[in-house]
Design a protein around this ligand. Structure first.
Ligand SMILES: *[C@@H]1O[C@H](CO)[C@@H](O)[C@H](O)[C@H]1NC(C)=O
Ligand SMILES: *[C@@H]1O[C@H](CO)[C@@H](O)[C@H](O)[C@H]1NC(C)=O
Ligand SMILES: *[C@@H]1O[C@H](CO)[C@@H](O)[C@H](O)[C@H]1NC(C)=O
Ligand SMILES: *[C@@H]1O[C@H](CO)[C@@H](O)[C@H](O)[C@H]1NC(C)=O
Ligand SMILES: *[C@@H]1O[C@H](CO)[C@@H](O)[C@H](O)[C@H]1NC(C)=O
Ligand SMILES: *[C@@H]1O[C@H](CO)[C@@H](O)[C@H](O)[C@H]1NC(C)=O
Ligand SMILES: *[C@@H]1O[C@H](CO)[C@@H](O)[C@H](O)[C@H]1NC(C)=O
Ligand SMILES: *[C@@H]1O[C@H](CO)[C@@H](O)[C@H](O)[C@H]1NC(C)=O
Length: 581
């Protein structure tokens, strides 16, 4: 018919043009892309993937305009001088997971555009001065998980643009005082040295622009006064896994203006009030996994902006009255409060709801110091004194209504491919529960995309595909409990003949696309319906109202004569959808 002929012509033109275009692209790039035999090259992304190839040296004949060269998981032992000389366009070089023991001076010379260099998980023992010569644009350097013992003076002098350096998981014994000189742009540094018995203060003074410093596994027993001189821009300091660190000298953090401080997995037996007190911009303090037993009164008052205090995994026995006095925005995370005996919570605006249940549970063994906490952040019980409440009144005051899904009826939907499905989920509770969805793989569904969780709690699956089939779960949760509801979806695929119409893919109009799917062997049926549909399209356009879909029921003769679709007898699709987009 007229319609199918026109569709065929359009289809041919379109696919033909695409084919020629693709052929042209691969032809021109093939000539410029000599890919060494063991590697696989992506000529569109300009990437050479030589990973997992048992290479013992860097292969010759790498494509000159490659942007990424991936040499991970090989057995490369050494990098020679000017090893990558010709790869001037390369942006990312990954040499992780090799057997590198030696990097010669000027090994990377010529890589003037390189942005990231990964050398993690090799066997480097030291890095010669000049190894990183000729990398003026390098931003990210990863030399973690090697066996580096020393950093010599000027090791990194040729990296003026470096922003991120990680040397975690090395056993650094010595850092020379000029080791970091030249790293004018460095913002984040990760260092690890179980044999360093002091913070490498001198070396760090070179890093005036540093914003985040991570120190792992240092062998320190104490932090000396002025350990972090000249790090005025530092905002975040993390000291972790220092099992011998017992004290912080009074002026150890002097000169710093931190917003975030973590000292965890150490041996601090008290909150270091004096070293902290000048950190008036501190927002986040994490002293977890230290044997801290007491929080004293009136000591943290200078930390005006503190919002979070983490003391997880400690051994708290006593929190004194006024411990958090003046800290208006603080939220505190404890764990294992079972051992807590004294708690001062006066002058804290408490939200008296079920989130305080833990306090009720340990109340019989708890000394609240006479000054009872007051419920202020709760509308119903404003000004209520926590201690004045009798045992029998408490459960009523600390209302705890676990999250509850209102309609617990299991939702089951079977649709044909291409339909839109909405599952509902309404929940209530006190505090108001949060509602989220898990997909059949039990991963949370995000609030964007084809399958998305709406803000009103519903889940919408647009243009359902067979692979979307499965059981989704709505989960409502608050501090008092969780509730979940399964919703199952089955999407029936178009029969194969629907999915691959041999002679037509689509028909392009100047102002819209008419997408037609048909079965083979129904030509006469198809042509009459499609002509009718096309007619409808123009007609609705002329009327200014566009009908977007038309579902046409069709019962194949075969299916009619067979049984009514029993378990073993799967009925072929008896409907199909036409869509105007
Ligand atoms: C590179 O090749 C390896 C196997 O040789 C493969 O596992 C990996 O997915 C490939 N990487 C990319 C980005 O194509
Ligand atoms: C190199 O390939 C490995 C696996 O093949 C991958 O994990 C790694 O992220 C790749 N590196 C880069 C820089 O793409
Ligand atoms: C570093 O310290 C560990 C113990 O903490 C020790 O076994 C190792 O030999 C030391 N390494 C060097 C190079 O001193
Ligand atoms: C931690 O400190 C206590 C005393 O304060 C001490 O007995 C213990 O040995 C220390 N732990 C380590 C790993 O140094
Ligand atoms: C550190 O400074 C404090 C306060 O100035 C001082 O009392 C203390 O003795 C100093 N500690 C050391 C080890 O110098
Ligand atoms: C300290 O840091 C805060 C914000 O992080 C900043 O506003 C303030 O100016 C800094 N103070 C000094 C003396 O640098
Ligand atoms: C949530 O919003 C979607 C789209 O706006 C609507 O289809 C759905 O019915 C709503 N759910 C409830 C429970 O109101
Ligand atoms: C809610 O679910 C989470 C994750 O499954 C679980 O860790 C938590 O204990 C549950 N809370 C309650 C009160 O049941």
């Amino acid at each position: 018919s007229f319609a199918s002929a026109k569709i065929a012509v359009h289809g041919w033109l379109c696919w033909g043009a695409l084919y020629l275009l693709a052929a042209g692209v691969s032809l021109t790039s093939e000539t410029r892309w000599p890919c060494p035999q063991p590697c696989r090259c992506n000529t569109v992304l300009l990437e050479a993937n030589c990973s997992h190839r048992q290479l013992i040296t860097v292969p010759d004949g790498l494509p000159k305009d490659a942007k990424l060269l991936n040499l991970t998981n090989n057995k490369i032992k050494a990098l020679a001088q000017q090893q990558f000389q010709l790869l001037t366009h390369i942006l990312h070089l990954d040499l992780s997971d090799n057997d590198l023991v030696l990097i010669e001076v000027e090994a990377f010379l010529g890589l003037q555009n390189l942005l990231t260099l990964h050398l993690a998980r090799n066997h480097l023992k030291f890095i010669p001065v000049g190894a990183f010569a000729g990398l003026p644009k390098l931003k990210i350097l990863d030399i973690s998980s090697n066996d580096i013992l020393v950093f010599l003076d000027f090791t990194f002098r040729d990296l003026p643009a470096l922003q991120f350096l990680t040397a975690a998981d090395n056993d650094v014994v010595f850092i020379s005082s000029q080791a970091f000189s030249g790293l004018a742009s460095l913002q984040e540094l990760h260092l690890d040295g179980c044999n360093l018995t002091a913070v490498p203060t001198e070396a760090l003074t070179q890093l005036g622009g540093l914003r985040s410093l991570y120190l792992y596994r240092l062998g320190l027993t104490t932090l000396l006064n002025y350990s972090f001189r000249h790090l005025e821009r530092l905002k975040e300091l993390v000291i972790s896994d220092c099992p011998w660190l017992e004290t912080l000298s009074g002026r150890s953090l002097f000169g710093l203006n931190l917003t975030s401080l973590t000292i965890q997995h150490a041996n601090l037996s008290a909150v270091p009030y004096i070293p902290l007190h000048h950190l008036v911009y501190l927002v986040f303090l994490d002293l977890s996994f230290n044997p801290i037993t007491y929080i004293h009164g009136n000591q943290l008052g200078d930390l005006l902006r503190l919002r979070e205090l983490h003391l997880v995994g400690g051994s708290l026995l006593r929190i004194e009255i006024g411990a958090f006095r003046g800290l208006l925005y603080l939220s505190v995370a404890f764990q294992s409060v079972g051992t807590l005996r004294n708690l001062g919570l006066d002058n804290n605006p408490l939200a008296c709801d079920c989130r305080l249940l833990w306090l009720v549970q340990i109340r019989p063994n708890l000394d609240l110091g006479g000054n009872s906490p007051i419920c202020t952040a709760s509308v119903h019980f404003h000004g209520l004194n926590f201690l004045d409440l009798g045992e029998d009144e408490l459960p009523g005051v600390l209302t705890c209504r676990p999250a509850r899904i209102l309609t617990m009826k299991r939702q089951e939907v079977r649709v044909d491919q291409g339909h839109t499905v909405v599952f509902h989920c309404n929940a209530e509770g006190d505090p108001v529960p949060s509602v989220y969805w898990l997909n059949p793989q039990l991963k949370p569904v995000s609030s964007t995309g084809r399958i998305w969780a709406l803000s009103n709690g519903s889940l919408e699956i647009r243009f359902a595909q067979p692979q979307d089939s499965g059981t989704y779960h709505c989960v409502a949760s608050n501090a008092a409990g969780n509730s979940s509801l399964p919703a199952s979806l089955q999407v029936r695929a178009f029969p194969k003949s629907f999915r691959h119409p041999s002679h037509l893919k689509g028909w392009f109009f100047p102002s819209g696309t008419l997408l037609i799917a048909v079965t083979i062997g129904l030509m006469s049926f198809f042509s009459s319906v499609s002509v009718c549909f096309i007619f409808m399209f123009f007609w609705s356009k002329s009327k200014g109202q566009i009908k977007h879909t038309a579902t046409i029921a069709y019962v194949p003769r075969r299916a009619m004569s067979s049984s009514k679709g029993g378990a073993g007898n799967h009925t072929e699709t008896s409907r199909f959808t036409m869509k105007l987009i």
